[in-house]
Ligand binder design. Structure first.
Ligand SMILES: Nc1ncnc2c1ncn2[C@@H]1O[C@H](COP(=O)(O)OP(=O)(O)OP(=O)(O)O)[C@@H](O)[C@H]1O
Ligand SMILES: [Mg+2]
Ligand SMILES: [Zn+2]
Length: 294
């Protein structure tokens, strides 16, 4: 795939170039509407700061829903254009998007039938960066939504880069009936300050806040069982109260989460008895409740 803006500009004036730009846009909008209309629930995962566990949460929520009776009915759009890592976390590195007849493009299917679309499936190698400005990123996300054969899904989770930049803005504006956003934070005050911006962002765009997850909340020492609040604790609940948005729960630090994401297996699938997996299970219940009440 194209790696610089100039290359991309050249290759992206594809089949519809005989149409007026406006009708081409509406045609794509219609395709997007149709594709998204076949997906029952669409949920984006955002944060203020980076590295707080958005991708981890996305992958594990997708796996948890797939395991709870939605096998083959869950998708993940990895909308982190510059730092896609969902494929790595699901053991799908090196896979490519598959083209079918008549230019149809299918997602890559991973464990539990999770359908994944990521920039990573279009890059020639791990060293290749994507050097794109906002409008091109928006166009890429638009194409991921409108031109990929997602099929009939119960859930589409959208993993986003940190903050309130081009990618989250594109996703919120492009998906017509997005159900809401899940906001991931770590408990520290530094993270709390930034996460408030993410909540305001969602509110200003009229996208419901499904709730806040406090990740990396405490660590149980495997040697002596002591609980250490490495990044403090309770920050997620505090923001939820301060800004009147739902609180979904906290996930502790568990080294197995890191090991599993590096080895490409969703943590929740293999560690059901662990406190972190139980935390995920409670969060899943709250999300289901939110979607039911909507
Ligand atoms: N609760 C946890 N316990 C242990 N490790 C965790 C936990 N949550 C996330 N991690 C690890 O922390 C690292 C960062 O997580 P992740 O990539 O999901 O963050 P992110 O918010 O998506 O980052 P970015 O902002 O770069 O997209 C990963 O290596 C992941 O395995
Ligand atoms: Mg990420
Ligand atoms: Zn100890």
């Amino acid at each position: 795939m194209m790696n610089t803006e100039s290359q991309a500009e050249q290759t992206s004036s594809k089949p519809n170039s005989h149409n007026a730009p406006n009708s081409a846009a509406t045609e794509q909008e219609q395709r997007l509407r149709m594709k998204m209309g076949r997906i029952k629930n669409k949920i984006a995962v955002i944060s203020g700061k980076g590295g707080v566990g958005k991708s981890t949460v996305t992958v594990n929520l997708a796996a948890a829903f797939a395991l709870q009776g939605h096998t083959d009915k869950v998708g993940i759009l990895d909308a982190d254009i510059h730092g896609p890592c969902v494929p790595k976390m699901l053991g799908l590195k090196g896979q490519k998007l598959i083209g079918g007849p008549a230019g149809i493009i299918f997602p890559v299917t991973g464990q539990h039938g999770i359908k994944v679309v990521s920039m990573d499936f279009l890059l020639p190698n791990d060293e290749a960066p994507v050097i794109w400005r906002g409008p091109l990123k928006m166009r890429a996300i638009q194409q991921f939504l409108s031109d990929i054969m997602w099929g009939e899904l119960d859930f589409l989770f959208i993993d986003l880069p940190p903050g309130t930049g081009d990618e989250p803005l594109s996703v919120m504006q492009l998906i017509p009936d997005i159900d809401g956003v899940i906001i991931v934070t770590i408990p520290s005050e530094v993270s709390q300050i930034v996460v408030k911006k993410a909540i305001t962002f969602a509110k200003q765009l009229g996208v419901p806040v499904i709730g806040i997850i406090e990740n990396m909340s405490g660590f149980i020492c495997p040697e002596c069982g002591a609980k250490l609040d490495i990044f403090k604790t309770g920050g997620g609940q505090k923001i939820a109260t301060d800004l009147s948005v739902p609180y979904l729960g906290k996930i502790p630090i568990d080294p197995a989460i890191c090991v599993d994401s590096d080895s490409g297996t969703p943590f929740v699938a293999g560690n059901k008895a662990s406190p972190a997996a139980k935390a995920f299970a409670e969060i899943v219940m709250k999300i289901k409740q939110f979607l039911k009440d909507e």
